[in-house]
Design a protein around this ligand. Sequence first.
Ligand SMILES: [Zn+2]
Length: 192
Amino acid sequence: MVPQPLWGITLRADLGERWLPEVSRPVRDHAQTCAMCGGRGDCRRSNWRLCCDEVWSYSDADPVVSAVIAKLGTDPAKLRAVEDLIPGLAYQLLDSPPIAKLVDLQALCWTCNAMIHFGHTETTVGWPTCEGVVRHAARINGVDPDAMMERVFYEQAAWLIRSAVPDWSITWVGWEAIRDHRAALKVDGAIR
Ligand SMILES: [Zn+2]
């Protein structure tokens, strides 16, 4: 789940019209299958079987997330109640401002992408669909749906904590290397 201060900050937004021919299409064409479940995607849900997902790491925030969750648990209501206190707590625990870094590009089916961005999924589709997304994720992770929901609560708690940190450093230095790596794997001629 993308921390709120980072919403809209994407390679896709930065590249504009170059995103589709230079990044998204080559990544999807090369992958052919979903990076998470190995499925071939669901053409009923979008124009494309697969989407191109930006994989971001949120360094320095992980210890904060773990420490805060250790203190507060993953109860979303409890976390929201202390949301105002979290920034101060985060700064106490951080050595330096956290860094959001684009580390990879991957092709995902609709369902796995919906799991990665579960917060967005919850706000855009009904619960029966969300339940199906959780069941799918549970199956590919080899856990039961209840255990998968616990992971969702953890991720939602992590999202709340990360969203309370306003001054992220952002880097996608090296995304060309990711693209060139895909090109080296002989994707298609669209990469220039
Ligand atoms: Zn998938």
